[in-house]
Design a protein around this ligand. Structure first.
Ligand code: HEC
Length: 208
């Protein structure tokens, strides 16, 4: 059976630090969505920088909810095209410093209610991905990224894909459960470049 997370913003999940409501279903009706929405609004407490607006799905999340994260191909394609347009690529190199990238990947800080909005947050990539052999623990919601560059290639196309995927995962998979780090503003351009280096620098532990 497939498990679907209701697509509330990841910021809300990170901020509330509570487990997301998990719904077992193959299709969602408008009434079911409204019911879940009401429970979220009832139980979520706005605090610090975590405001109620974090519960508002944007257009793509709304569409994914309606289709239980499995929209028809034509819908998925047009959602992805719209998300692809949101990606802002740096004008210079896409490869930052893998050592910083590692720290960002292994940090789960940022966006919590009690943190200052200006403080740089982490990516928390370990929550869903295996990255380097030295990692003590990792989640498995996402695929293992161990050896990412070594197996997929280190070239400019792969760098552009990795940057875009981290910036806005929904540009490549409309109803992806991976947070849209650049799009949401939770990671800066430099932080995303450092993460690209962590994935794609041949010297990075990810590729050892
Ligand atoms: C909440 C879980 C989650 C988090 C956190 C997360 N990801 Fe993902 N990621 C996924 C899932 C699920 C997929 C595969 C489905 C898809 O394409 O979206 C994925 C796919 C990817 C891919 C594409 C893999 C491929 O084979 O093409 C890359 C690269 C990636 N993630 C990097 C990252 C990085 C770097 C971070 C931290 C900044 C991160 N992810 C954080 C869930 C997550």
């Amino acid at each position: 059976m497939k498990r679907h997370l209701l697509a509330v913003s990841t910021a809300a999940l990170l901020a509330a630090c509570a487990s997301a409501p998990v719904v077992e279903h193959s299709k969602m009706t408008g009434a079911e969505i409204a019911q879940i929405d009401a429970v979220l609004k009832r139980d979520f407490r706005a605090k610090g920088q975590a405001k109620m607006t974090r519960l508002e799905p944007d257009a793509v999340q709304r569409e994914c909810n309606l289709h239980a994260d499995n929209p028809p191909d034509s819908v998925a394609r047009s959602l992805q095209e719209a998300q692809l347009k949101t990606i802002k690529y740096p004008s210079d190199s896409l490869l930052g410093d893998w050592k910083n990238g590692r720290k960002i990947a292994e940090s789960g800080r940022g966006m919590q209610w009690n943190e200052k909005p200006a403080n740089p947050g982490g990516g928390g990539c370990y929550n869903c991905h295996q990255l380097s052999p030295q990692q003590t623990s990792h989640g498995t919601l996402g695929p293992s990224l161990k050896g990412f560059g070594k197996t997929r290639g280190y070239g400019p196309d792969m760098q552009r894909y990795a940057y875009g995927k981290i910036y806005n995962a929904k540009a490549y998979s409309a109803c992806s459960h991976m947070p849209r780090f650049g799009h949401s503003g939770s990671l800066s351009e430099q932080q995303i470049k450092d993460l690209v280096a962590y994935l794609l620098d041949p010297k990075s532990p990810v590729n050892q």
